[in-house]
Design a binder for this molecule. Structure first.
Ligand SMILES: O=C(O)CCC(=O)C(=O)O
Ligand SMILES: [Fe+2]
Length: 212
């Protein structure tokens, strides 16, 4: 049976998480609008795309790096692209997130209070018909510190298929990706042949893959 204090604490926590999730959802939709409208997608199409997404919150905890193989790279998460639409990362006090820029070098994202880092995922690349590349990023946790982060992630709803928005395909921007079933892509990328590829998205649903 719950004591009065425990019940109160749980209710405060769940209110806090609900408020956090609501604020992150608002921010996520704003950023989604900014990206797609800046590419010329009409507002009503942006809204219907945003309504087609599911959202979830994930908490990550990185312990101090153990004296194992990971220590040789100093990385607690290898360079990768997220198979999401967008990922929003909040670092809690301890740095670690690094993003790769065009010349291949890495830039550390400082864990400033009240800041959110937005990372474009691979599914946004599909929806934007290749015009928003997925951000390559990694985590380098300082050796002797614990680190926590909160990730707010958008993906297509269960069973959904994503495809480039019609408004982003024309004579100057030929179709770059075919239909991409989210669940099938996840299987391909993490359990199938895609594990070995540097660009699994292109192999899975790239429209030009056979011609290159
Ligand atoms: O913890 C972070 O800062 C980023 C984690 C991340 O990139 C991921 O979980 O995909
Ligand atoms: Fe990531």
């Amino acid at each position: 049976m719950l004591s009065g204090h425990t019940a109160t604490l749980r209710s405060v926590c769940s209110d806090t998480v609900a408020t956090f999730a609501r604020n992150m959802l608002d921010l996520k939709r704003k950023v989604g609008r900014m990206i797609l409208e800046s590419l010329g997608v009409p507002a009503e199409c942006v809204e219907s795309h945003l309504d087609s997404l599911a959202y979830n919150v994930r908490l990550a905890h990185y312990g101090p790096l153990p004296d194992t193989a990971t220590t040789t790279t100093g990385l607690s998460m290898q360079p990768h692209r997220d198979c999401t639409m967008l990922t929003m990362v909040i670092q809690h006090g301890v740095e670690g997130l690094e993003v790769q820029v065009e010349d291949g070098s890495w830039i550390a994202v400082p864990p400033e209070p009240d800041t959110v880092t937005v990372v474009a995922g691979e599914l946004l690349t599909v929806v934007a018909n290749g015009r928003v590349p997925a951000g390559i990023h990694r985590v380098r946790t300082p050796g002797d510190r614990e680190r926590m982060s909160v990730l707010f992630v958008s993906t297509p709803k269960e069973g959904a298929t994503v495809r480039p928005l019609d408004e982003l395909v024309d004579d100057n921007h030929p179709l770059m990706y075919g239909d991409c079933s989210f669940s099938e892509y996840v299987d391909f990328r993490f359990a199938g042949d895609g594990r070995k590829l540097s660009d699994p998205l292109k192999a899975f649903c790239g429209a030009l893959k056979d011609k290159q």
